[in-house]
Every structure is written in structure tokens, then in C-alpha cells.
Design a protein around this ligand. Structure first.
Ligand SMILES: [Cu+2]
Length: 129
């Protein structure tokens, strides 16, 4: 698991550097846009680390990495299992930003999320209601 993950990280970083050449998505200063939720990625925590969304909607998590270390967002499956969940971003370096469009499940409940690089301490919870 860890070795696979390291490989992923090493592969993803150069790709990301290229993809980031043109940052045409515009800034995300100020309040969140409709349907957008900003989760700032610090070293090593999310702020906020608890959010609430409506079941069956679509939300976009905007994920600026305002730290120095690399981070990502990975939402666990409904069963709370990360490795079976496709809901994850690439790992981004400090000062970069990524985002994740999430089709919120129709099932209300708590969904765990984490940064895969710092899976112990960098965690949070999405409440679907
Ligand atoms: Cu992290």
C-alpha cells in the first residue's frame, strides 16, 4: 500500500507540474462560489475539517495547499474504506491548488476524508444530510 502510494506520488508530481502551467480557473479568494466548498490544506490539517452537504447534489471542493508539504483529498467510500473509493485528487505541492467534484451520495450519513500523505492526523468528516 505505502509503496504503491509512493509510486503514485512520484508519478503524479511531474504531471501536475505540467498541468499547472496555465492556471485559468481564476482565483478563489473571498467567499465560496455556489456549490463550492473550500477546504484549505495546511501542514498537516484541513480547515475546516467538518462540512455538511445535501444528499444527491453535486459539490466542488476547492483545495488550496497553503502549506509547504504535499497534500491531497481522499474521501472514503460509504463503508469508510479509502482503497475502494475513487473520490480522490492528485497530490499537490505547497502553493498549488486542486479541486474535486463530488456527486454527493443519496444516502445520508458521515463520510470520512483524509490526506493520503498524512493519513493519521490530516482527516475530517463530511456530513451528508
Ligand atoms: Cu497532507
Amino acid at each position: 500500500m505505502n509503496r504503491l502510494f509512493l509510486m503514485f506520488a512520484l508519478l503524479a508530481l511531474p504531471l501536475f507540474a505540467v498541468a499547472c502551467g496555465s492556471d485559468s480557473d481564476g482565483g478563489s479568494d473571498g467567499g465560496d462560489k455556489p456549490g463550492h466548498i473550500t477546504l484549505k490544506m495546511f501542514d498537516n490539517y484541513f480547515k475546516p475539517n467538518e462540512v455538511t452537504v445535501k444528499a444527491g447534489t453535486k459539490v466542488t471542493f476547492d483545495l488550496p495547499n497553503v502549506g509547504i508539504l504535499p497534500h491531497n483529498l481522499h474521501i472514503a467510500s460509504e463503508r469508510g474504506i479509502y482503497r475502494e473509493s475513487p473520490w480522490m485528487t492528485e497530490i499537490v505541492n505547497g502553493g498549488k491548488e486542486t479541486s474535486l467534484e463530488w456527486d454527493v451520495p443519496a444516502t445520508a450519513g458521515k463520510y470520512l476524508f483524509r490526506c493520503d500523505v498524512h493519513e493519521v492526523e490530516m482527516t475530517g468528516t463530511i456530513t451528508v444530510e
